[in-house]
Design a binder for this molecule. Sequence first.
Ligand code: PMP
Length: 353
Amino acid sequence: MDKAKDIARIMELVRPNIRKLTPYSTARDEYKGRIGVFLDANENPFDNGYNRYPDPRQKELKQLVAARKGVAVENIFVGNGSDEAIDLCFRIFCVPGKDNVIAIAPSYGMYRVSADINDVEVREVQLNEDFSLPVEALLQCADKNSKLMFLCSPNNPSGNSFPQAQIERLLNEFQGVVVVDEAYIDFSDHESLLTILPQHPNLIVLQTLSKAYGMAALRLGLAFAHSEIMSVFAKVKYPYNINLAGMECAKRLLQRDVDAEVALVRQERTRIVPLLQSFKSVRKVYPSDANFVLVKVDEARAMYDVLIAAQVIVRDRSHIKGCEDCLRITIGTPEENDKMLEILERYEEGHLY
Ligand code: PMP
């Protein structure tokens, strides 16, 4: 690790207008003492459980996340899904029409959508044919305006994780911020990069409560980084980006032990891979560290349509470069997986077209 690459240099990557920004100060930010009568925020005074503005800093929720993840509260951002954190990365670091970001391909589609919305160039670097990381090519396409590098590990849609040593090399050699999206980390054998966060001021780790924690409907994404970067996120986000109902549900659901569910998903993944592989029309099942598998088949659209006709939907990724003829299948319950397999079996036998 290059110790000289300290946080002061990283903070210089922040857009000048954001560095200068005076954030909106909420009524509840301005006074910290004990108060019994709130006449400061123009709220409705009649209690219905939701008449007061929620905590703009999400302190209690962050404390629970901190305990779960072994990270300090000041290193945590909670957003309206990881998608908010992705968008904030652009708004904080990239000057529209001037700066660029580097991203792997194929990968999660929101990096490009967020870039397009923010008028930021994306330099996509195709993964190798086995979906391994082209470290050299990623470094080579960077220039002085390359502010961010998006990596996703385990990667969506390929399902594989990248070796930590390769990501560390990128952290050390790339002059911008490396954003590692770990939405699927709980299903992986690989360790999260949260353990190396203190050594890398240019690392932002994204995780989410949508997958292993089972809260996709609540829209709660997490970002972890150096406290100075997290302070900038807090400045730029909408003041009340997380609503009280969502926070209450999340606090309750975070008490649940999700280990058994994650273990079952992993067990199902192990069970269905060889079954999928045994079909004649399945050419390859890519090794997966996530809660889905990418499957290369003879005729992706035909297989997709047959599944749809039986009211089972998977994700057709066949039009994406590097994923030709591929379907992405989420691991469901054992019963759901059996149903999917049964439809494919009948399709193979020629009973369904
Ligand atoms: N990152 C990756 C890699 C994803 O695949 C997804 C959703 N499919 C997300 C982030 C979005 O997560 P969230 O629900 O937290 O917005």
